[in-house]
Design a protein around this ligand. Structure first.
Ligand SMILES: C[S@@+](CC[C@H](N)C(=O)[O-])C[C@H]1O[C@@H](n2cnc3c(N)ncnc32)[C@H](O)[C@@H]1O
Ligand SMILES: Nc1nc2[nH]cc(C(=O)O)c2c(=O)[nH]1
Ligand code: SF4
Ligand SMILES: [Mg+2]
Length: 210
């Protein structure tokens, strides 16, 4: 059980439920291949049935951690930071990103966009989910749109979502990991027919790194 005091600090984004943090290579999307420090914040109630980090969903099992502590550890490894989760926008990201910016970091977010956008971001990877759509405000701000392809209907969803982002937003289709052997040939075919899209793979899973 957390105290009322801790709860208030989490509500203000001064503490955040930290699931894990690790220095690795960004495996997905535009920045794949780039060394980056990942901060995985617990808490998500979007509920994707194929989510590859379901352990992140319940925030109460992840210790509320002072953002100062998170930032000190992060910048000791890298100035390129990826904030992910869980769904990081469950929480107010203003203070965490402010503290990272003060240290001169380049800050990226991995988000479904389902909740209000807070924080300062150098790179927004928007991965929209049908079951809880992004807020309207985030679409024009996304630098990359990364749609997960689990079944054929997801191609139609991807096209609908692409209508909503800016002209400069880079468009990715990423196979859902457990269904990749089935969907990859369809993704290849789709991208060759619709070359405004690119393929994103979860390369860290092939490399066996975090
Ligand atoms: C675990 S999510 C955390 C961030 C945020 N909740 C979101 O969904 O964007 C990080 C990225 O992994 C993707 N992802 C999650 N499970 C996946 C799976 N089984 N196969 C492929 N991509 C997956 C998400 O769509 C998202 O782009
Ligand atoms: N290496 C690596 N790259 C990633 N890109 C997005 C990830 C995520 O879970 O948000 C992720 C991850 O978990 N590991
Ligand atoms: S929104 Fe992200 S963290 Fe939440 S269930 Fe979906 S993939 Fe998992
Ligand atoms: Mg991941």
């Amino acid at each position: 059980m957390i105290t009322e005091e801790t709860k208030a600090l989490v509500d203000d984004g001064i503490m955040l439920p930290l699931m894990e943090e690790f220095y690795t290579i960004q495996g997905e999307g535009f920045h794949k291949g780039t060394a980056a420090y990942f901060i995985r914040i617990g808490g998500c109630d979007v509920g994707c049935h194929w989510c590859d980090v379901k352990e992140s969903w319940d925030p109460s099992i992840h210790p509320p951690t002072h953002i100062g502590e998170i930032v000190e550890k992060a910048v000791a490894s890298s100035k390129t930071i990826v904030i992910t989760g869980g769904e990081p926008l469950t929480w107010d990201m203003t203070r965490l990103t402010g503290a990272l910016k003060a240290k001169g970091c380049d800050i990226h977010i991995e988000t479904s966009g389902a909740y209000k956008l807070t924080g300062q971001w150098d790179w927004i990877c928007l991965s929209p989910k049908k079951i809880k759509l992004p807020t309207e405000e985030i679409y024009p701000l996304a630098h990359e749109l990364k749609v997960i392809i689990f079944n054929k209907h997801d191609f139609k969803f991807a096209e609908e979502q692409a209508e909503k982002v800016s002209e400069n937003c880079i468009l990715y289709l990423q196979p859902e990991w457990s269904n990749r052997d089935k969907m990859m040939p369809l993704i290849v075919d789709f991208v060759m027919k619709n070359p405004k899209w690119k393929v994103s793979l979860q390369t860290h899973k092939y490399l066996n790194i975090p």
